[in-house]
Design a protein around this ligand. Sequence first.
Ligand code: G3P
Length: 236
Amino acid sequence: MQLWLCPLLAFLLGSIPFGLFIARMKGIDIRQHGSGNIGATNVLRVVGKKHGITCLILDALKGFIPTLLAITLIRFEGQNTAFTFHGLLDQGYVFPLADQWKAQTLHVVAGLCSILGHNYSPWVGFKGGKGIATSAGVLIALAPLVVPVLIVAWLLIFLISRYVSVASIGAAALLPFVVIYGSWRHGKLASGEWNKPLFIFSVVIAVLAIWKHRTNIKRLMEGTESRFERKKKAVS
Ligand code: G3P
C-alpha cells in the first residue's frame, strides 16, 4: 500500500458520474436537460425526487468513503483512537506520521481529490458537477460538527429564496467562517492548535463551489435561474 493511493482512489471514486448513470437508466441524458448539470439537484428536477435523493446520497458517499479511509489509514503518532490498528500497521496499511499537520494535510488532500474527481470527471469530458453533495460527504468525515450548521444555513437560504444554487453558494461561503468559529470556540485558535489544513481546505472548496456556480450566478442576474416553487394547495 502506497501513501499516494489514497488521493488517487479518492479522485477515481469522486469521478463516478452517478447522476449521469441514474438519469441514463431512465433513458435521459441529464446533460441535455434542466441546468445540464450531472448533480442531484438536476436529477431531482428532471428525473424525479427518488432519483435525486439517490444521487445525493451516492455523490455524498463518494466524498465520505475515501476521506474516512484516509483519516483511518493516515494517522499521526499518538492520535487517540478507539481502535487498534496493529494488524493493519504490521502489514503496512496504516501510515503513522510524526507530524500532526502532515496527517491533517493528507486527509484534506484526499477529500479535495474526491471533490475534484466529481467536478472534473474524466468520464464526462472533465465537465463534472458542482461538488456540493460530495463536499458535504467529505466534511461529514473531516469536520462532522460543521455539517449540521451548514445544513441549517442551506435550508434557511433555500426556504427564503427557493433557489438551490443560492442556498449552495451561501452555505459554501459560510464554510470557512464556521470552521474558524469552531476552532475559536474550542480555544484552539489562541493555543495555535487549530486545524490549519482544514481551514485552507474550507477556503479552497468554498471558492471552487462558487466558481462552479458561475453559470447559475449569470442566470440569477438575468432572472432565468430555475426556481423550486412551493406547491400550491388545491382549492376545492
Ligand atoms: O449543487 C448544485 C446546485 O447548487 C445547483 O444545481 O442543477 O440548479 O445548476 P443546478
